[in-house]
Design a protein. Structure first.
Length: 667
């Protein structure tokens, strides 16, 4: 064991040392310029078959390109320089892969080079839209005996053709005369015409179709051909809405209709709809939903308050015409109609609520009543009877009539006014007094200071006079004697029948007073001028001279001033036009009167007055009565406010009910 554990100089001790020395020697050699085996390249191989492990400085190794590669540069060798092979074939290869030539352009197609044209590369062929590939769609660059070549030749791109376009019922297309249809060709369809009164065919679908390619090889027509059909959609009806465009008796394919809702309603749906091929409207016909309150309610005996500020006035609201609409919360106020008044503590308005209904209001107006009319010596008759809640209320009319022996002072018709009073003021019945009867040369029985209606008198003449007329006239309701008062005329003595004037009169008359009456009677029958011309020519049995006719027997008093001022103004009569501008009138000058406009006399007559010596006028009476208009009758859809009765000069106002307007004058 010990002998084996010790190494002697000749038995193995030197062997490891020799190996180490050899390695060091080799390293020393490499470092000092020797190179190892030449590198192996994928594109080239060394030409020498001798394989050495160590190459000396400056030693060369020549390469040749591998199969599929070709020389790129010279030289094709590397040298050992300073322990390295150079140039480095990895960074600067001297052989490159062989390539195939460019295949050329593909007519009506494309050549797609994926990477390059080197060996192993593949190119792809495709045709333009509408062309079909005839041949292989790919080709690969391969090594051939002479070098490189493409595995497949260039294909061809031929245009795609389509069959004849399909025919459709009730229609035709524009290509019926052609026989060949290629990619891109198109035809247009149209529907057949129909008689004038018939509904035309509608073209459903695209009017034009084109020849297209399917699966890159097959020619087909796209899109599908249209259809010719009779399409009718029902009349669109939108309650509370209105059609604003698309008016027509019938609606066919693609016809449109446009709607809007009336004020106060909201459109639910589309405002524009179209008639489609299934005879239905698309989108569906819209609806109009209530979105406000409509016309305010009618409140008994009240009317809308249209004054400024009584409600919110919005654009589009009007008093008349289309029904109004009111948004939620709007308050509408009312006023009592004429003849009514508002009751305290009762609401006078209504409000639009959230459910689009008006708040309730049972009424707040009560009728204004007029006091019960009472006329002494007369009676009241109702002409109209429309009042409710009181015996006499606006606008009720009454007629006042007087008992026998009394006449009406005022108007015969009165109306209860909206103020609660009678208009005009109630008339009264006053005694129907006739003028005091005066009969010259006679007496009246009974002799009273006043003569009231229906009284009858008796008239008797003095001696020497006879009664002409009815001896028993009575006082009529019109305050005149009926028949007229009689007269007492002088009974002409025998022998004086032909006396007209002159000396014979005084001898024939019994007393001087009779002379005066005779002269007065004579003046009533003859003109004074004619009398004066004939006096000197008269002859008779009487010889006593006639007094001068220039003296007025009835008024012998000399005048004070010799003139009168214009007569006093009267209510019912006026001077005739020829006397109205005269400022003074002479003694004994007469003037005539006539009725004022609106007044009339029962008998057409002209009354006279004479300027007296005292500078005053003889008696002037009011003999005309006021004229009246007939009752206007009922006023349809309105009412009449008559405040002054129906006498001449009175006015009446016409008021239309709510919702009606005047046609004519309102007064």
């Amino acid at each position: 064991m010990e002998a084996g554990s010790h190494h002697g100089p000749g038995r193995g001790g030197p062997q490891p040392l020799l190996l180490l020395l050899s390695l060091v020697s080799a390293l020393v050699v490499t470092v000092h310029g020797d190179c190892g085996p030449p590198p192996r390249y994928p594109f080239a191989i060394p030409e020498a078959t001798v394989k050495k492990e160590v190459y000396q400085e400056g030693e060369r190794v020549k390469y040749s390109c591998r199969s599929g590669y070709t020389r790129k540069r010279l030289p094709l060798h590397i040298s050992c320089n300073n322990g390295k092979w150079s140039p480095d074939g990895f960074t600067s290869p001297f052989c490159v892969v062989k390539s195939c030539p460019h295949p050329g352009d593909l007519i009506n197609g494309h050549v797609e080079i994926k990477t390059d044209l080197s060996i192993g590369s593949t190119i792809e062929f495709s045709c333009n839209e509408g062309y079909s590939l005839i041949g292989h769609s790919t080709s690969t660059c391969e090594i051939s005996d002479s070098g490189t070549s493409w595995s497949n030749d260039l294909p061809n791109c031929e245009i795609v053709s389509c069959p004849r376009p399909p025919n459709i019922p009730n229609g035709k297309h524009s290509g019926e005369e052609d026989d060949f249809f290629t990619y891109g060709s198109s035809v247009t369809y149209s529907c057949n015409t129909v008689p004038e009164e018939s509904i035309p065919f509608s073209l459903i679908g695209d009017a034009s179709i084109s020849c297209a390619v399917e699966n890159k090889t097959t020619g087909v027509w796209k899109p599908l051909p249209p259809k010719c059909q009779v399409i009718t959609c029902p009349q669109p009806n939108v309650p509370q809405g209105k059609l604003i465009s698309g008016f027509g008796r019938t609606y066919t394919y693609r016809d449109t209709a446009m709607f809007e809702c009336k004020r106060g309603y909201l459109l639910n749906g589309s405002h524009l709809i179209r008639c489609e091929s299934d005879n239905e409207w698309v989108p569906p016909v819209p609806t109009c939903q209530l979105n406000s309150c409509s016309n305010p309610p009618v409140i008994p005996y009240a009317e809308r308050d249209w004054s400024l500020g009584s409600r919110d006035w919005n654009v589009g609201y009007s008093k008349y015409g289309e029904p109004e609409v009111f948004s939620v919360g709007t308050e509408v106020k009312y006023l009592c109609k004429k003849g009514f008044r508002a009751q305290k503590h009762k609401p006078r308005s209504v409000t639009c609520q959230a459910n689009f209904t008006w708040s309730t209001n049972d009424g707040f107006c009560e009728r204004i009543c007029c006091p019960t009319p009472n006329v002494d010596h007369g009676k009241i008759t109702k002409i109209t009877s429309s009042s409710q809640g009181c015996e006499y209320g606006f606008p009720e009319k009454i007629k006042v009539s007087c008992n026998s022996g009394y006449i009406l002072s005022g108007v015969a018709t009165n109306q209860c006014q909206e103020s609660g009073t009678w208009g005009p003021a109630l008339s009264s019945c006053i005694p129907a007094l006739c003028p005091h009867p005066k009969v010259g040369n006679g007496v009246v029985i009974p002799n009273r200071t006043q003569y009231q209606g229906a009284v009858t008198i008796s008239v008797k003449c003095n001696s020497g006079y006879k009664l002409i007329g009815d001896p028993n006239p009575y006082c009529a309701d019109n305050r005149t004697w009926s028949p007229e008062l009689p007269k007492c005329e002088w009974i002409i003595p025998e022998g004086c029948e032909q006396v007209q004037a002159g000396q014979a009169i005084l001898k024939c008359l019994p007393n001087p007073g009779d002379v005066i009456q005779a002269l007065e009677a004579y003046k009533l029958s003859l003109e004074i001028a004619k009398l004066e011309l004939e006096v000197d020519h008269l002859r008779g049995k009487c010889t006593q001279p006639l007094p001068s006719l220039k003296e007025e027997p009835e008024d012998r008093t000399p005048p004070v001033s010799g003139k009168c001022n214009p007569p006093p103004e009267l209510r019912t009569v006026q001077l005739q036009w020829q006397f109205r501008n005269q400022e003074t009138f002479a003694w004994k000058e007469s003037v005539s009167f006539e009725c004022r406009p609106g007044y009339s006399a029962k008998q057409r007559q002209i009354r006279h007055a004479r300027c007296q010596s005292t500078g005053t006028w003889s008696l002037i009476e009011e003999y005309c009565t006021q004229m009246s208009c007939p009752d206007p009758g009922e006023f349809a859809n309105g009412r009449i406010n008559q405040t002054d009765g129906n006498l001449f000069g009175s006015k009446m106002n016409f008021v239309c009910d709510e919702g009606y307007v005047f046609q004519g004058k309102g007064q």
